[in-house]
Unconditional design. Structure first.
Length: 107
């Protein structure tokens, strides 16, 4: 169940971040409201896995997978692309998240 809450937190954080450019420097009310709701929901959902999981594991997953999903979403919705070096770096982040989760029982 912790990973379900974590996945929800990551998804809300990605939605909030994708709304950030649409706020036009916080001058458009609807994207700002969506962003505030999404970030608030993300932080709220993040509290549940932190009850039973180490904060380092939760944050590594939240930040690492969030960066990966934001990169994919920015490619799909904004047409932004990355050089191969950046893609390699993102792959290493994913490997890092997998390793952290694989050995989190040792903490």
């Amino acid at each position: 169940m912790n990973y379900l809450f974590l996945a929800g937190a990551i998804l809300c954080e990605v939605i909030g971040t994708m709304l950030l450019p649409l706020t036009n420097n916080f001058t458009k009310v609807m994207p700002v409201l969506g962003l505030l709701i999404a970030y608030s929901a993300s932080f709220y959902l993040l509290t549940f896995p932190m009850k039973e999981m180490p904060i380092a594991i939760v944050y590594a997953c939240w930040a690492g997978l969030g960066v990966l999903l934001i990169t994919v979403a920015s490619f799909l919705f904004f047409g932004q692309s990355l050089q191969w070096q950046a893609i390699l770096g993102l792959a290493l982040i994913v490997v890092g998240v997998i390793l952290v989760n694989s050995y989190s029982k040792a903490l």
